[in-house]
Design a protein around this ligand. Sequence first.
Ligand code: NAD
Length: 483
Amino acid sequence: MTIVTKSSYVDGAFVALQSSNELLENRNPSNPGEVIERFVRADRDLTEQAIAAARRAAPGWARSNPQVRADALDFIGTEILARREELARLLSREEGKIVREALGEVDRAGRSFKFYAQEVLRAEGEKYQSVRAEVGIDVFTQPVGVVGIIAPWNFPIAIPAWKIAPALCFGNCVVFKPAELVPSSAWALAEIISRAGLPAGVFNMLIGPGRSVGDTIIRSPDIDAISFTGSEGTGKQIARLAAENMTRVQLEMGGKNPLIVLDDADLEQAVDVALNGSFFSTGQRCTASSRVIVTAGIHDAFVARLAERTRALKVGEALAADTDIGPVVDGKQLEQNLSYVTIGQQEGARLVCGGERIDNQAGAFYFTPALFTEVHPEMRIYREEIFGPVLSVLKVHNYEQAFAAAEDTPFGLSAGIVTTSLKYAEHFKRHSSAGMVMVNLPTAGVDYHVPFGGNGASSLGSREQGTHARHFFTRVKTTYQLA
Ligand code: NAD
């Protein structure tokens, strides 16, 4: 089969291919010998061109008719949903999540565009009476201008969608940089956007490395705001550099999300919630639960049943219908998972099951979900983000200890509790310092129309998604007028 070569999208056109281009190969983690597509790597020059094109387009797009924006967003959402099967299979091939999960992600991307197609037309602005006689006050919002969007690999279409859709909705131009591990979903999304009737320069996509393309975006004085999702290290670097230009930032970063299981929990429900939150999507979700804090009365039964269910999970090819857990995204992440398994054993935790690479002819990055018990709070496997299916179980004696353990982290993205006690559920919802709290539900798995984000080392800036996205993608103006 011929392998197609694709390129970035700048100023209303896909960039012409040249023989001197540096190429990036997109490989399938279920079969690393398979090259899905090739991409021309963008460089700093092309990134500058994209930013300049967005700058030129910004004044016109800011004043564009909201119906034009609504129709464009609706077109994009409709096409994503119509092509859900094809896009989901592409996503599974490049990122490794199983098709059922990829379908959910594609649907979420399509629905995000549809949501913001409606949001464009919602009434906005406030009127106030002034404390001065005969003065009227109008408060309204305006676009920020040119927004840099930098995305991670673990949600190749949904994260770009939930950033690009509100950016365009509120009248901003976009310079989008996907992660280099997942260019195919990003390219498919850009191709759909390229046919949505947007003026040249309003939307640009650059496939290239963080150290050059990403770095040019975050250092540019012509970028007005940066919406980033990725690791804590990159997020901090962005915050530092953005401060130089006083660029607005929205950073969504790592997590070490706790799930509490209390003695009064329904055992089967607790195991379902832990299994889903910790291991599904190969544990590669920023909202995954990587620590389960269990009270002593249910601990042994919970661990026994969770181990039984974990061993029964089928790890294998992302496209196969009977696979529960797809491959790890690449060899580097696989090495990271394996090294944390070694660290956990050296620290004295007990590896109950999993934590191994599955040998296979294709060289696929298959890793069996790992369950650790006899974990102590100071262990690295309990404190650091692993970003893989490696779960630490901590035993405690009561809700108060469980709550204190859940809070003992610099992160604060998502947190969950499994309990039949209204008292503890309510207390946890109110007092957890995570940005998202789940009761009798996995820590991962959220809706597309409500705020998403965390606190502490997990997030900086205003919330993503839903109506709250307006705060990041607009500026507020207050006007006073003498009657
Ligand atoms: P990463 O930080 O390595 O990369 C994220 C993006 O930043 C990529 O597009 C990358 O090319 C770019 N980048 C890297 N270095 C850069 C630089 N110096 N300047 C500008 N851009 C640069 O993260 P990743 O490995 O792709 O994603 C995994 C991480 O993302 C995990 O820590 C996970 O928790 C986090 N994540 C968080 C959320 C959330 O909403 N909080 C969601 C998904 C993933």
